[in-house]
Design a protein around this ligand. Structure first.
Ligand code: SIN
Length: 494
């Protein structure tokens, strides 16, 4: 049975919509097809979302191609900034409704969902300001009487493919800089959590984004969505998701030489050195490991602890983990929501079983709770983790804290870097020399030192190695949606 949105306590019920936005019209799929969106905390069908086909992507891309040319040539950067500012304000005005929709479809607790909506809004206000700072340069020319200048031009139509773990923030982190630059977007929202994207897009239209510049095409048809990687009128693809899918998209994009931003998988180490402030290290590990129930690409996956503080750190971590309360994200006392689906639960379960079969010691958690109906797994701590275990080389994407022991700094760095991924890393030390030395040696795009929280609109977000490339947020995020055009003006001495 599909649930009735009126029962969710939304003030603005029109934000909860199941249709797509194609060429300026909110509509169901012409075929009438829909797919089920499941509420992860109950396993019930939350709603049926329109399931579009290939044709819808073609129409959206064609419209977006006309749209960006009009939008970029008819607006100043300041005007685009003002539209984004309005969008930001509308997101904040509707924060509670957006948080409820997000919590229902993703399972996040309401506190986390409100945090994510604020985080999503922060990218919009950031790029509202950055829109006006797209400076070019003048360059001394080697030709007499000539001047070289650069302009930052919008790349054009941008395909946007986002994941379910941040249904709101991953939309705004890509779409706000695209609009700031003067681009248009065709978004394929995640099929697990399409409704936050739909709600945000309604507010974007209300703020004044032209309807030819924003298209939302929900689908479960993988072939249809691949149009974003193959259609010649898409100039850029921005993707957040798994490394495997990222590689496949990259190959497809090569035929039409699209610009790419790839924010892919991680395997983040946390290193707790001998001289760490243990309260700070435990707090930081809790945030980085259990944020969104362990389902962020910057979540700690391997916790490396110096043998001299191993037991003390572990005891303190367990005490905090055992205070986490599992349940529906909408219940006020709950601190950990469910995982996204049955496959996510199976993965955590398999990592735990594998670790225990290879000598790991279960310290707390370690099972599917029987008293809850949704996709839950108990927050779990395992000690004695080794590089032979799956958790050491595969991102769990769930609430398993696997603790490895080390004796020397060299060993910790070697262990931390022994992965093909390089997204985030964290370490805890109070020694200034250790901080500078280790920060330079860890191979990742983002580092948290004495903190587990690194995500913010001003911080360049992105990885190295097989975690992808490109930077989102920050002053670098805008240039991902621009190309540099050089203009040489010659013979000015005549
Ligand atoms: C992600 O998991 O893809 C994003 C995490 C973040 O922005 O903190």
């Amino acid at each position: 049975m599909v649930m009735d949105p009126k029962t969710f306590g939304l003030h603005n019920v029109s934000l909860f919509d199941f249709r797509g936005l194609v060429a300026g019209v909110w509509k169901p799929a012409p075929s009438g097809k829909t797919f089920d969106v499941i509420e992860p905390s109950t396993k019930r069908i939350l709603a049926k979302c329109a399931d579009f086909d290939r044709e819808a992507f073609t129409i959206a891309i064609e419209s977006a191609h006309v749209g960006y040319q009009e939008y970029s040539s008819s607006t100043t950067a300041k005007e685009r900034g003002a539209i984004l500012r309005k969008w930001h304000d509308l997101i904040i005005e509707n924060l509670e409704d957006l948080a409820i929709i997000l919590s229902l479809e993703n399972g996040k607790t309401l506190i986390e969902a409100r945090g994510e909506i604020n985080y999503a809004a922060s990218f919009v206000s950031w790029f509202a300001e950055e829109a006006t700072r797209a400076y070019g340069e003048t360059i001394p020319s080697s030709y007499r009487g000539a001047t070289v200048m650069t302009f930052r031009e919008p790349v054009g139509v941008c395909g946007i493919i986002t994941p379910w773990n941040f249904p709101a923030a991953m939309i705004t982190r890509k779409v706000a800089p695209a609009f700031a630059a003067g681009c248009s977007v065709v978004i394929k929202p995640p099929s697990e959590t399409p409704f936050s994207c739909i709600a945000l897009s309604k507010l974007a239209l209300q703020a004044g984004i032209p309807s030819s510049c924003i298209h939302v095409v929900p689908t479960k048809d993988r072939e249809a969505s691949l149009q974003l990687a193959t259609h010649p009128k898409v100039a850029k693809l921005s993707f957040t998701g798994s490394t495997g899918v990222g590689k496949m998209l990259m190959k497809l994009c090569s035929d039409t030489m699209k610009r790419l931003s790839m924010e892919l998988g991680g395997n983040a180490p946390v290193i707790v050195f001998q001289d760490a402030d243990l309260d700070c290290a435990v707090e930081g590990t809790m945030i980085s490991k259990f944020r969104s129930s362990g389902q962020t690409c910057v979540c700690a996956n391997r916790i490396l602890v110096h043998t001299s503080v191993l037991e003390e750190f572990t005891q303190r971590l367990i005490a905090k983990v055992e205070r986490l309360k599992l349940g529906s994200g909408l219940s006020p006392e709950v601190t950990q929501g469910p995982l996204v689906n049955a496959a996510a639960v199976a993965k955590v379960s398999s990592h735990v079983k594998d670790a225990l079969s290879k000598g790991g010691l279960l310290r707390t958690g370690g099972k599917v709770p029987q008293h809850l109906d949704g996709f839950f797994y108990e927050p779990t701590v395992i000690t004695g983790a080794t590089t032979a275990m799956e958790v050491s080389y595969d991102e769990t994407f769930g609430p398993l804290a696997a603790i490895f022991a080390f004796d020397t700094e060299e060993e910790a760095i070697q262990l931390a870097n022994a992965t093909e991924y390089g997204l985030a890393g964290y370490f805890f030390s109070q020694d200034v020399n250790t901080i500078f030395r280790v920060a330079r040696k860890l191979q990742c795009g983002m580092l948290g030192v004495n903190t587990g929280l690194i995500s913010a609109s001003e911080n360049p977000f992105g990885g190295i190695k097989e975690s992808g490339f490109g930077r989102e947020g920050s002053r670098y995020g805008l240039s991902e949606y621009q190309y540099i055009k050089s203009v040489t003006i010659g013979n000015t001495e005549k």
